[in-house]
Ligand binder design. Sequence first.
Ligand code: ZN
Ligand code: ZN
Length: 448
Amino acid sequence: MLEGRQLLLEEVSVSKEELYQLEREGYIRYEKGVVKKNSCYMCQRCGNKERQLFFSFLCYRCNKVCAYCRKCIMMGRVSECTELVRWTGPIQNEVITNCLEWNGQLSGGQQKAADGIAWAVERKESFFVWAVCGAGKTEMLFYGIQEALHKGERICIATPRTDVVLELYPRLQEVFPSVSICALYGGSDDFSKSAQLVISTTHQLLRYYRSFDVMIVDEIDAFPYSMDDTLQYAVRFASKENASFIYLTATPSKEWQRKLRNGKQDGVIIPARYHRYPLPVPIFRWCGNWRKSIEKKTLPLVILRWLHIYSEKQYPMFLFVPHVCYVEEIVSILKCIDHRIEGVHAEDAKRKEKVASFRKGEIPLLVTTTILERGVTVSNLQVAVLGAEEHVFSESALVQIAGRAGRSRHAPFGDVIYFHYGKTEAMVAAKKQIQMMNKRAKQEGLVD
Ligand SMILES: [Zn+2]
Ligand SMILES: [Zn+2]
């Protein structure tokens, strides 16, 4: 269980004698959980150095005032007297040949990305894939993963969201039936299992040390800003020093875009969806002072009309709102029209159930915060944003939201409407980005 790991001593279920033996053979090394250098603390597990993210307490274990790291506390407490056990020995992997069992075919765009990824895996380089929402990311990875397994390497797919781990796991198990795959997220107790292909939330990466030959980082832009450093630290230390890195996103930050443009980062732009239809382009609709309408227990007429059109047609709809405080209010307004309408937000305990009922068609319209901007695929979905001028609707949020529409081959079109009370730069930039991708897709012959 220790191979490639970095665990708290109390997490290790190996006997003292065995640990002693492993240490003598140089297979493991002990590290202090938190070290103090020039009166500054550093957490050896997550790399945190911020003074305000350490807390000192009178520790029952060392009987002293002892500092612990608050940044990675959700993974168990690391303090000055905690011992981290790091694996420094060899890691044994199997050479697994011809393990991909998949008869599907890659689209032109997917093929381009897949080639780049496999090439980077082969040459131990880093590769960046900027692929539009609905491009079909998972399939792009198949050949790269196969290549790595064929070389007897260890692969990790890291993603910020548990939903993605849960989605990817059965999908990969299906196409790599002979490979042992492990899914790691908060609450999964799978972490003692050793597997050559690991799908993990980024937090769980903190339990690995110099373990992976191939590190695939999904949605590099989706991490909460404050988590950025920890993420980079976790990704770096979970990987071997000569690992290849694959980065994926549909909405890269300006910095990533720049690195790709000026050649500092090797990569590729996949401007088209797997089904070869262009991305739905957002439409801007001025809706006046929508807050005032809400105060009067109604919604602007243009929005009500839009909702009416698609509820007549019985098409599923998402209405994105800028803040959780509007979800309930708007739902109560809309319930007068159709009592089946529901709302979701991040803290909603019934979120999963509601999304599931929505998929089954039991809920005609979901009022949601940006929590559903990513990951959700519903056939024939129509998408509207209320208050698109609000700050939370950044360029990338708006592109992701637009990316919910038209994802299915059977319903490749769909409405994307930004209802606003004053156009913003983010709205214009989001539309421009989508149009630019469509233009590119056409030029490259990736759409019909
Ligand atoms: Zn920490
Ligand atoms: Zn202590």
